[in-house]
Ligand binder design. Structure first.
Ligand code: CAA
Length: 262
């Protein structure tokens, strides 16, 4: 296979610390077919294991992120098959990745595309990107977090509006609603901005970065008291790391810290 037939193209940032996974099914607007998702999961598994990778960017490039699950593949699916094969269940693998994931969205992030974008830890978009959960227009509902993650990100009224009307919102609105944390400036590449952001995260100690991701994610899963306890334990445990000693010594000595990842 040549690079152009690969459904997900893995590349690296110049300093090699950021893995960039680019969805590559341009003719179908990166519709998330089962083979595409298998390819994405396989690449994620590789970069999760690879010690040189400190952060991951998931993108569809500068034109389209993903126009949703593959409708042609789903069209004739029956309940028994969907249920017994746990259709879409494998998408949740992304949620178990410990390394930070930065999503970079230009163009459409619809249905499963919007849900994949929301599986990122930090989401970056262009002002004219398009986010929507249009499943209602197909006689279904979101199947991979569009009713759950979207609601915790933007609140009930806005999530209900998107899920029940299929309305499209642009990147500017998505940023205002808290779905997206950074927008590109005029003429700026969304992939470059995501890689730059990923490099910032990749430049910190691995232990603290993983703990930060774990703690913030706990806020979505746990009641406040349990979340606060988990946060406090992780915080206290970081005082057992050399990176805490180094980070604070470097501050006191007015120099740059050198992280040991332990
Ligand atoms: N599945 C399969 N194929 C898709 C697709 C999808 N989700 N989205 C686009 N394509 C294909 C089109 O069928 C077309 O292929 P052909 O050239 O073979 O006809 C090609 O991509 C280009 O698309 P269009 O010609 O439609 O391009 P456009 O610019 O006119 O329209 C669009 C773009 C508005 C995004 C339109 O393609 C569209 O509405 N796509 C479907 C969006 C959608 O409903 N997504 C939700 C899917 S359900 C889901 O995701 C469930 C879940 O929760 C996981």
């Amino acid at each position: 296979t040549t690079a152009s037939d690969r459904l997900v193209i893995p590349t690296r940032s110049p300093n090699n610390t950021v893995a960039i996974l680019t969805l590559n099914r341009p003719k179908a607007l990166n519709a998330l077919s089962t083979p595409l998702f298998q390819a994405l999961n396989a690449e994620l598994e590789k970069v999760e294991e690879d010690e040189s990778v400190r952060a991951i960017v998931i993108t569809g490039g500068e034109k389209v992120f993903a126009a949703g699950a593959d409708i042609k593949e789903m069209k004739d699916k029956e309940f028994a098959e969907a249920y017994t094969t746990n259709f879409l269940g494998s998408w949740n693998k992304i949620a178990s990745i410990r390394k930070p994931i930065i999503g970079a969205v230009a163009g459409y992030a619809l249905g499963g595309g919007c849900e994949l974008a929301m599986l990122s830890d930090i989401l970056i978009a262009t002002p004219n990107a398009t986010f929507a959960q249009p499943e209602i227009t197909l006689g279904i509902i979101p199947g991979m977090g569009g009713s759950q993650r979207l609601t915790s990100l933007v609140g009930k009224a806005r999530a209900m509006d998107m899920v029940l009307t299929g309305r499209k919102i642009d990147g500017v609105t998505a940023e205002r609603w808290g779905l997206v944390s950074r927008l590109t400036k005029e003429g700026e590449s969304v992939v470059d901005l995501a890689v730059k952001t990923a490099e910032t995260v990749a430049g910190f100690g691995k232990v603290a970065v993983q703990a930060g991701k774990e703690a913030v994610n706990a806020a979505l899963d746990l009641p406040l008291e349990q979340g606060l306890r988990l946060e406090r334990r992780l915080f206290q445990q970081l005082f057992a790391t050399q990176d805490q000693k180094e980070g604070m010594a470097a501050f006191a000595e007015k120099r740059k810290a050198t992280w040991q990842d332990k």
